[in-house]
Write a protein that binds this ligand. Structure first.
Ligand SMILES: Nc1ncnc2c1ncn2[C@@H]1O[C@H](COP(=O)(O)OP(=O)(O)OP(=O)(O)O)[C@@H](O)[C@H]1O
Length: 143
């Protein structure tokens, strides 16, 4: 029998609690990290429409989305399902790290969504220019 780590247990309980008490949109979890509903992300990305796809990473596809409040987000759809130990570990490790690390050069983790065995991670959307300016800004400091 697999025993979940304390973070998994807390996270799972938090998600279930959020999902039972909310419909749409998701509420703030602790003011920063937020549990999104699948419906909200589905709506934000226009049903994960191919035209909204902005990239492909090692863990899955990334879609641009617009939340109801007008803010833009990047939604990473993990291609590895929770049944996979590697997927679960990667998901928990990424959230556990990013939710606690704040830096001007790191894209902000907005929250996540759990839908069945599927997992979604939501970040602030960064325009190419934002990333380029941040990078060039660092280079100017270095040189
Ligand atoms: N917050 C974001 N804002 C805008 N575009 C993003 C954002 N996050 C990811 N992308 C786009 O999606 C692509 C894939 O990103 P993703 O983080 O999934 O893969 P990666 O950078 O290769 O890292 P890894 O595979 O290790 O997770 C990026 O190259 C970028 O074009």
């Amino acid at each position: 029998m697999k025993i979940p780590c304390s973070f998994c247990a807390c996270f799972s309980a938090s998600v279930q609690e959020q999902q039972t008490k909310q419909e749409e949109p998701g509420e703030d979890n602790d003011g920063n990290f937020r549990i999104f509903t699948y419906r909200e992300l589905n709506s934000a990305t226009r049903g994960f429409h191919p035209s909204e796809k902005i990239g492909e990473g090692g863990f899955g596809s990334v879609y641009k989305g617009e939340l109801r409040d007008g803010s833009l987000v990047a939604v990473k759809v993990l291609s590895i399902e929770l049944d996979s130990l590697r997927g679960e570990r990667g998901f928990v490790a990424e959230l556990n790290t990013l939710a606690n690390v704040k830096h001007q050069n790191l894209v902000t983790l907005r929250g996540c969504c759990v839908e069945g065995t599927h997992r979604y991670i939501v970040y602030d959307y960064m325009e190419n220019n934002s990333l380029r300016h941040t990078f060039l800004g660092d280079l100017q400091i270095i040189f």
